[in-house]
Design a protein around this ligand. Structure first.
Ligand SMILES: *Cc1c(COP(=O)(O)O)cnc(C)c1O
Length: 417
């Protein structure tokens, strides 16, 4: 395999070695981190293309540097395809990643000290939705809503009561670790009732929405942000979609408010990923991703695993391992030994710490891209159960790793020979 990246191998064997080992890790193991996926060869090539050489501060047709005729072509392709995919009035494809995209929205629409309302981090929210130590938490007054202690679901009447009490300027609907569909219409009604701007952050589920498997929040929201990696299966990066009336403020906040030159190699890759997402095959992919998550969660519940809210409507699930007498960290490490990558995660109302929480988070976007289906989910649930029951048994974990490698060899990873 050492000649797979001949130019890197020749110049920098240390990086080439790490890259080769990472290719082995990605193809021989199972990737269950719900925010990860495998991009296609065309997306990979665009990211590594000479568009990286070009500076293009500004927007198509209004740039601060010369030589923009081809950069404008790819940026316009990305914008127009994103509009078609999500039915958005205005799209900015320049945000470097999801966190800068959210920051740009706040910078565009809020004054420092304004009140924002988002889902609490340990209830499934994201750090940029108002975690006290993050930029969002330090710059704005944060009112966090939670999931219900019994159902582990967001109770929209409680969201409404909190909004009426605190009159936030911005309500954020979105999550990184929540397995149920959000009621976009109800969020809109609450925002209207209290005069708030409504933002959806669909970083995790954008691909499922683009593929038509989940309801699209764009018609209901003033602003929608998303990463372009995760289920959308594009390059690392993000975009902001908004109603025309916010277009100018959003564009100005991204550049020059927050960023300088856009990464046009990534924007070219976004354009390609959006073309892929417009293809009918992507509908199948997004549907199968959810079917796989539902099959996996059902099988795991049959083994006695405590899935938060009792199942999933999307690509992910959160498992409280307390009844299995293993912590999230112990399970994550044991699964790693067996070639299965997951992340430890706090569960709502967790009594343990984020560094060693009670749960793990699993998702199916990456394994669905490899072509796995319900039959593999049944197998996978059995393997996960075996790992958790034998988390201290190195011999057994090594044996399971062999089994995982065998199954993985039948499901090639895009972009890896
Ligand atoms: C992943 C994620 C982000 C941030 O994305 P980065 O690209 O990691 O900065 C923002 N919001 C939500 C809900 C996410 O899940």
């Amino acid at each position: 395999m050492s000649n797979v990246h001949p130019a890197i191998q020749a110049f920098d064997p240390a990086v080439a070695d790490a890259l080769r080992h990472e290719e082995e890790r990605q193809s021989e193991g199972l990737e269950l981190i719900p925010s990860e996926n495998y991009v296609s060869q065309p997306v990979l090539e665009a990211m590594g293309s000479i568009f990286t050489n070009k500076y293009s501060e500004g927007y198509p047709g209004k740039r601060y540097y010369g030589g923009q005729e081809f950069v404008d072509v790819v940026e316009n392709l990305a914008i127009n395809r994103a509009k078609e995919l999500f039915g958005a009035e205005h799209v900015n494809v320049q945000p470097y990643s999801g966190s800068p995209a959210n920051t740009a929205v706040y910078f565009a629409l809020l004054n420092f000290g304004d009140t924002i309302m988002g889902l609490k981090l340990d209830h499934g929210g994201h750090i940029t939705h108002g975690l006290p130590i993050s930029f969002s938490g330090k710059s704005y007054k944060v009112v966090a809503y939670e999931v219900d202690e019994v159902t582990k679901r967001i109770d929209m009447e409680k969201v409404r009561a909190l909004a009426i009490e605190n009159k936030p300027k911005l309500i954020i609907a979105g999550f990184s670790a929540y397995s149920r569909s959000l009621d976009w219409k109800k969020f809109r009604e609450i925002a209207d009732e209290v005069g708030a701007i409504l933002m959806a952050d669909i970083a995790h589920i954008a691909g499922l929405i683009a593929g038509g498997a989940l309801e699209n929040p764009v018609p209901y929201c003033d602003v929608v942000t998303t990463t372009t990696h995760k289920t959308l299966r594009g390059p690392r990066g993000a975009m902001i979609m908004c109603k025309e009336k916010y277009a100018k403020a959003i564009d100005r906040a991204v550049f020059p408010g927050l960023q300088g030159g856009p990464h046009e190699n990534m924007i070219a890759a976004k354009a390609i990923a959006f073309k892929e997402a417009l293809d009918p095959a992507f509908k199948e992919y997004s549907k199968q991703t959810i079917l796989n998550a539902q099959a996996l969660s059902t099988e795991l519940m049959n083994f006695g695993f405590d899935i938060m809210s009792g199942g999933t409507d999307n690509h992910l699930m959160l498992i409280d391992l307390t009844n299995k007498n293993v912590t999230g960290k112990q399970a994550q490490e044991a699964l790693d030994f067996a070639g299965i990558t997951v992340n430890k995660n706090t569960v709502p109302f967790d009594k343990r710490s984020p560094m060693d929480p009670s749960g793990i988070r699993l998702g199916t976007p990456a394994i669905t891209t490899r072509g796995m289906k319900e039959a593999e989910m049944k197998w996978l649930a059995r393997v996960i159960n075996d790992v958790v029951n034998n988390w201290e048994n190195a011999e057994k974990l090594a044996e399971l790793k062999g089994e995982v490698k065998g199954v993985c060899s039948k499901f090639p990873v895009p972009g890896i020979n």
